[in-house]
Design a protein around this ligand. Sequence first.
Ligand code: PLP
Length: 444
Amino acid sequence: MDEPDIKTLLATDRALVWHPYGAMPGALEPLLVTGASGVRLEVALPDGTRTELIDGMSSWWAAIHGYRHPALDAAVRDQLGRMAHVMFGGLTHRTAIELAARLVELTPGPLRHVFLADSGSVSVEVAIKMCLQYWQSVGRPGKRRLLTWRGGYHGDTFHPMSVCDPEGGMHSLWRGVLPEQVFAEAPPDGFESEPSTAYVTHLADLMERHADELAAVIVEPVVQGAGGMRFHSPGYLRTLRELCDEHDVLLVFDEIATGFGRTGTLFAAEHAAIAPDVMCVGKALTGGYLTMAAALCTSRVAEGISRGEVPVLAHGPTFMGNPLAASVALASIDLLLDPTARGGVPWQADIARLEAQLRSGLAPGRALAGVKDVRVLGGIGVLQLDRPVDIAAATRAAVRRGVWIRPFRDLIYTMPPYITGDGDLATICGALLDAAADSTAANS
Ligand code: PLP
């Protein structure tokens, strides 16, 4: 692609195309990606030169095996040879059936039924609909509110937005539009910290006060991602499970960001050794190839709904169970779980390696001016600054190092593909440190 083409494309992009969380036209010009392979993005710069960037983001935490993986490419091609899509109402197909069976096999035991949705947000919508409809069906229609803790993120459609952090989710903009949910304080920081008795009491008080109107508690287990990249003790998940059982409230885990190994267990629920009643997965489900998510539920929830006055779950996206997405999801799961296909390295060893490298590589951040906290869990490394990141300065610094990252708020972080090699991880860590330093310099 030559120089005028790139400039024209970017001008058209700016004039016509909305980007995530963007204004029209956008404030910052996006980089033009022309290809991707392994952990590298190929980028065409406006001056006509090309460069490669190591992807520190796994395309928003999804591309865990990197790009153009032969096994995943083959799965899509193979499925394309049979059919790209077919409606799911009244019809079914082997790939979706096998994917559902695989998800039931891998997720916590009581989760037995699978709704294949077409994005993470939609799977959260479905999860919430399941919970509200369950109580409606069993004759307790007053139970229709949700409890969550502050600092969460569950997607951008309206019901998921209602359980996002009230400030991060801009609830003031949507007052009167969003359903008003019950918010606990954000869980205290620290994956390894002992659960705080005061916080457990706070959760118990809220649950007791609102039990009669609560359909479900919904949280991201262990890691609050887009709401602030914060980690909490799995002990609070056990507390929520006990309180939900005590007060007859359903428990929903949103594992869209944490699922498929990112925190060191296949699902974050395993850190607490408990099972939710409903669970959402997405993002890494398809190895970042195609859009698909799922809401899984227990037989209690499914049977409750199906015995109700309206004995169906009224949800059915056009692209539900899309065969291409289902086939690459199956291939991605196989690739994750088969050490032979991963060059003899079990995924757990890869996550442990990422964690160790991120810990040592980001540790110098503690001595940097403007860095408030450095934290790492599994394949997640975070530098939290003492003020909002200067996104342009931070991005420029990372790109100079040959790395792609996408900071937000006061956070500069990485969630690299699991296959990222040690040299590339060191470069990513260096880029995060440079990004923090340049952001602080630009802000002072
Ligand atoms: N839930 C969590 C925990 C997420 O991190 C996200 C996306 O970042 C979503 C839900 C929304 O998923 P999607 O962007 O696929 O709609």
